[in-house]
Write a protein that binds this ligand. Structure first.
Ligand code: 2BA
Length: 127
């Protein structure tokens, strides 16, 4: 777990150990429980409001900086709290020629429990 330098500890210094940035794109209905579960385990997290490029619906992006050793624990917490769902999407109508017609019907799309990226962090400081 990252131990950020305290403000009264004098000079700011980078966190020891290799740090990773976990970026998790999750359903907004799961984001609250996920952030609560992370905080319970003493992980600091930031929740951003985002939206998916394909469905154009709201989702949530949760970012957190963690020690390399803690990445698996964080992935476990994400797995426990984020559930996959089926969402209906109305396809865009095509451009029709005269005499053609298009009967729109909703398509089912599986949206994963979470899309997670783990990135190396060059430097981490709390100033
Ligand atoms: P959306 O882009 O709105 O995508 C929602 C779901 O639609 C996806 O679920 C996937 O099942 C489907 N989908 C997306 N693009 C598609 C396509 N070109 N053709 C057919 N089906 C498509 P997930 O894969 O679980 O992704 C959930 C959300 O995670 C995405 O929302 C997007 O916001 C994010 N995401 C997924 N992959 C990403 C990536 N490689 N980079 C950045 N963000 C990503």
């Amino acid at each position: 777990m990252i131990r950020a330098p305290r403000r009264d500890a004098g000079a700011t210094r980078p966190i020891l150990g290799r740090v990773k940035l976990v970026v998790a794109i999750v359903n907004p209905e799961d984001a609250g429980a996920l952030v609560d579960a992370l905080l319970e385990r003493e992980f600091r997290a930031t929740r951003l409001h985002s939206s998916g490029g394909f469905l154009k619906q709201s989702n949530a992006t949760v970012i957190l900086g963690v020690d390399d050793d803690a990445v698996d624990e964080v992935l476990g917490i994400i797995r426990e709290n984020c559930h996959s769902r089926t969402q209906l999407v109305n396809p865009m109508p095509p451009i029709l020629e005269p005499g053609e017609f298009f009967l729109p019907y909703p398509l089912e799309v599986d949206v994963g429990g979470a899309t997670v990226f783990v990135l190396p962090v060059e430097r981490f400081e709390r100033l």
